[in-house]
Write a protein of this length. Structure first.
Length: 391
């Protein structure tokens, strides 16, 4: 930070000028209810549906596919066709789906890209003048403000941004050498985190590989419908109960704590709507709302954790029955087949997969702890680096 302090003392000792976003950025469309004075110029980019975007995928392509979510893929210039765009831009989703019971954010969906791309359901923004505002600096500033920007999205479930308010946000504009220095520091943090993530992804690939081997059985294994080894139960409303220490689960995770439980034995929780592949394994008392099923497992036939790992491998999103919000039904889930070796063999498989799961996902152990520490460090310095005294 000493070099940054030296640069500030030299280049802007009296503080840093702030300007409204509309004064220093260009967007890809004219926004409703926004005065034309705030958008004297626009840059038009083709914007396709997400379903069309995914259909263009080609792993060896050199054209980036920018979805409105966290996903980034690749295609070729030929497949992109008339949807091909090029430039140094930041993509911000113009639609956000609020997860049930969760305070969502757009932090992981704001993307910086420089090159050829195809965009789907994003607002695209770029600096009006890169001698005044670097695009990469703008990107990091937007990331740092993401939680606040999310509050400017309106709607109960499908949220859209209030662009009038977003364009009125003020961004600090230190001299270019300071912007460049901040970008260099944050780029280095990003690269470090990316390298650690790559290591985690490698471990998860190993985990998936060994999980598939462990779940490969000979032809003599007995297969059962889920309905033969467990009961799938609906969650219920919890609003009449008092606050306590029993977790209440929705499809996105824990949403509250109350003083009673709906079930108190080991269970696999299966989202009914929304993130249907986001399974939970719970061993302590809990409550579930109506967006997520819980299971009463017949433990003389199946070890609950074994059922959890098998259903993870099944990728339940493939059983989605809806065209909009992903949905699963009780009758469909009851028909899913599961192989059941002896209880001793089930426990052996669970013990091995537990070890892999800890190595990949336990935030207190090894590489997962490292990335959490680096992420906290990155966010701390990002906030410090982007805080200036005003003129």
């Amino acid at each position: 930070m000493s070099k940054l302090n030296d640069l500030i003392a030299e280049l802007c000792p009296n503080g840093v000028e702030q300007k409204h976003l509309w004064e220093v950025t260009i967007w890809n469309k004219r926004f409703n209810a926004v005065n034309k004075i705030k958008q004297p110029k626009i840059l038009s980019y083709p914007n396709i549906l997400t379903s069309e975007l995914f259909s263009l995928e080609c792993p060896n392509g050199n054209v980036c596919l920018l979805s409105a979510g966290e996903y980034i893929g690749w295609t070729t210039e030929d497949l992109a066709g008339d949807n091909l765009c090029e430039g140094e831009i930041i993509a911000i989703p113009y639609t956000v789906f609020a997860k049930s019971g969760q305070a969502a954010t757009i932090k992981n969906t704001i993307k910086y890209y420089n090159g050829k791309f195809v965009t789907s359901e994003n607002n695209i923004v770029t600096s009006f003048d890169t001698t005044v505002l670097l695009n990469k600096y703008l990107y990091y500033w937007l990331i740092n403000c993401a939680d606040m920007i999310y509050t400017l999205y309106n709607g109960p479930r499908i949220k859209h941004p209030n662009m009038n308010h977003i364009l009125d946000l003020k961004i600090p504009l230190p001299p270019l050498p300071i912007q460049e220095y901040i970008v260099d520091i944050l780029d280095n943090f990003t690269m470090l985190i990316s390298d650690i993530n790559a290591e985690i992804n490698l471990r998860r690939q190993q985990y998936n590989y060994y999980r598939n081997i462990l779940f490969t059985f000979d032809e003599n294994i007995s297969w059962y419908n889920l309905s033969e080894i467990l009961k799938i139960k609906y969650g219920k409303d919890y609003s009449t109960f008092n606050t306590g220490n029993i977790p209440v689960y929705g499809s996105g995770g824990i949403i509250a704590y109350i003083d009673t439980f709906i079930y108190d034995k080991p269970s696999v929780l299966i989202p009914r709507k929304g993130s249907v592949d986001n399974l939970f394994y719970v061993e302590t008392p809990f409550w579930t709302i109506d967006t997520i099923f819980y299971t009463e497992i017949f433990t003389h036939k199946a070890i609950p954790k074994y059922v959890y790992y098998w259903l993870q491998k099944e990728h339940l999103e493939q059983y989605n029955i809806a065209g909009g919000i992903p949905s699963l039904t009780q009758p469909m889930l009851n028909k899913i087949k599961i192989p059941l070796p002896s209880l001793d063999e089930q426990q052996r498989i669970v013990d091995i997969l537990d070890c892999f799961d800890i190595l990949c996902n336990d935030s207190n152990i090894g590489i997962s702890a490292e990335i959490e520490a680096r992420q906290q460090q990155y966010e701390y310095y990002r906030d410090r680096l982007l805080s200036f005294n005003k003129i």
